[in-house]
Write a protein that binds this ligand. Structure first.
Ligand code: HEM
Length: 536
């Protein structure tokens, strides 16, 4: 009898404790929600009104590209919105961008922490934070710095890839028995940039990426196009369910594709590593074997020194592949589209190329000969169509709670994320008059050697400051070689029949190509096709 009584008393107390615990948690959560959702209002920072449960996520997620544009037009040089619980401060002002990314860049070393923690990305430069990121960046930077890395290997890799691109186009022209053909430019640019990165980062010298039905290219392109996987979308709404949703992503979603890509690259790295080891034993020439010739050599050396573990090596390799190929390919596709749309610029550049590059030119003589005109055209294309948008985010270094931003006279707190909206900054009339026009004559383009633009933070195609794009120089070198080779051999024209399937659709309000943005990289609604005519 006594025992029944005491059991029921314990149960009652347990229930009561549980209820008290739940009430306290609820009060704490409501307090947090209230404080968080008021953080912009308290400082009179304008922005759309958030809903209690999901902040501004429902409106934002419908079409982030269009929504951010709408809010920027409405609220001006800075505003705040809520990505679920997370306060995002959007900064459109050039001086404020300079203050955060460059002047005080060391206080903001972190990108927005993602709820979607996918390996191997999580162990890569892209997602690491604070000290771990600084360490990784310091040891990987030499692999991208021309004077340290073997320039010869980079040049060879680019040159061979460009020659294979030309061969593949030639094959199509001769199959068609004509000097003129409609070509899928997006596909060719994906192939050439994927080829370069495979050679440099994985020592894969004989891929099938230039073939129309390349399974490797298809796998990588599919992964990039589908990363708005529904399971990942749900994590954004319910971060607390991320473990179970990650499980679903890997077993039923796009995660399988990511694992296949990682596995393939892992195999290539192991193959190369074994080969290096064999050569080392056979030749016993330490000097020769320590030669670092490509990005993979640098990473393997850092792994041997204990600076990178296996997961970090594969993570960085996958990120270099994914970050390195599609960005550059997208930039090149838009550049060629713009040259086709502006035949005067195309002709001017071709004339200069033909005058300065002789017949036995290897396409990578960019060190000896630099065309300012070519650089202006490429940078203006990246200004008009920046391939990467909504990716330049910053958070305070761990341990710093608050920062007073002088330019806007507001406080940035540790839970806020700053977002630099690349598209909006690049199309801001204040910084770029007639922003929707293609004008390579603009003075403020950051072409190499232009000292006027040190403080011009209105160009953000590669981000700025300590956490900027690590591969910008490689992208420039590749793009120069591809453009030189293509303009030397072919003329490019737009397909002007609006009823053609291959016609590139234009937004009637802006006069620019109609775009979509499945992840952080912009794309035309369909691949870019151009009329290509052989000239020599
Ligand atoms: C036209 C081509 C490219 C564009 C437009 C581009 C754009 C960007 C942007 C906007 C960022 C963020 C910068 C920031 O937060 O301030 C970034 C970061 C990065 N990019 Fe690029 N990128 C390009 C080519 C490349 C290439 C060729 C590679 C490597 C082979 C690469 C590797 C990376 C990596 C690893 C990061 C992260 C850096 C870090 O967090 O420290 N990118 N890129």
């Amino acid at each position: 009898m006594l025992s029944i009584f005491s059991t029921s008393l314990i149960l009652q107390w347990s229930l009561l404790s549980l209820i008290i615990y739940l009430i306290i948690s609820l009060i704490k959560w409501l307090q947090f929600k209230f404080n968080c959702l008021n953080c912009f209002e308290r400082q009179s920072i304008p922005g759309p009104k958030p809903s209690f449960w999901f902040g501004n996520l429902p409106e934002y997620i419908q079409n982030p590209f269009v929504t951010l544009n709408k809010w920027s037009n409405k609220y001006g040089s800075y505003f705040g919105y809520f990505f679920g619980n997370r306060p995002i401060l959007v900064i459109n002002d050039r001086d404020a961008i300079y203050e955060i990314l460059i002047q005080n860049g060391s206080k903001f070393p972190n990108r927005q922490k993602s709820d979607v923690e996918l390996e191997p990305f999580q162990s890569s430069l892209l997602n690491q934070r604070d000290k771990a990121w600084k360490h990784a960046r310091r040891i990987l930077t030499p692999a991208f710095t021309a004077h340290k890395m073997s320039m010869e290997t980079t040049r060879q890799a680019i040159d061979l890839s460009v020659k294979r691109m030309i061969e593949s186009m030639e094959k199509k022209l001769s199959k068609n028995n004509s000097d003129e053909l409609l070509l899928n430019i997006t596909q060719h640019m994906n192939s050439v940039t994927l080829d370069v990165i495979c050679r440099l980062a994985f020592n894969m010298n004989d891929t099938d990426v230039h073939e129309d039905h390349s399974s490797f290219r298809k796998m990588v392109v599919d992964f990039m196009q589908q990363s708005s996987d529904p399971t990942l979308r749900i994590i954004e709404y319910f971060p607390s369910l991320k473990n179970i949703l990650h499980f679903l992503f890997y077993f039923f979603g796009n995660g399988k594709l990511l694992q296949t890509i990682s596995q393939k690259l892992d195999n290539e790295i192991s193959k190369y590593y074994q080969e290096k080891l064999r050569n080392h034993l056979e030749e016993k020439s330490a000097k020769k074997n320590n030669r670092k010739i490509n990005i993979l050599d640098f990473m393997i050396e850092q792994q041997e020194l204990g600076n990178l573990n296996e997961l970090q090596l594969i993570g960085n390799a996958v990120v270099i592949l994914l970050a390195g190929y599609e960005t550059t390919a997208t930039g090149l596709s838009f550049t060629l589209y713009l040259l086709a749309k502006h035949p005067d610029w195309q002709e001017k550049l071709r004339k200069e190329i033909l005058e300065n590059f002789n017949d036995d030119y290897d396409y990578c003589q960019f060190d000896q000969y630099r065309s300012e005109l070519l650089d202006c055209i490429w940078y203006e294309s990246l200004r008009l169509y920046p391939p990467v948008i909504s990716f330049i985010t910053r958070q305070l270094e761990t341990g710093i709670d608050e920062y007073h931003m002088e330019n806007l006279d507001i406080n940035i707190t540790k839970n806020m994320t700053i977002l630099v909206p690349t598209w909006e900054v690049h199309h801001n009339e204040k910084y770029w008059p007639r922003p929707n026009e293609f004008d390579p004559n603009r003075n403020d383009l950051p072409i190499p050697g232009n000292t006027n633009v040190n403080k011009n933070s209105a160009f953000q195609a590669f981000g700025s400051g300590p956490r900027n794009c690590i591969g910008g120089n490689l992208a420039l070198s590749e793009s120069r070689a591809v453009i030189v080779a293509l303009l030397k051999h072919y003329q490019f024209d737009l397909i002007d029949d609006p009823n053609s399937e291959r016609f590139t659709k234009i937004d009637s309000n802006t006069g620019l190509i109609k775009l979509r943005c499945p992840t952080v990289i912009i794309h035309p609604e369909k691949d870019i096709w151009l009329r290509v005519t052989k000239i020599c």
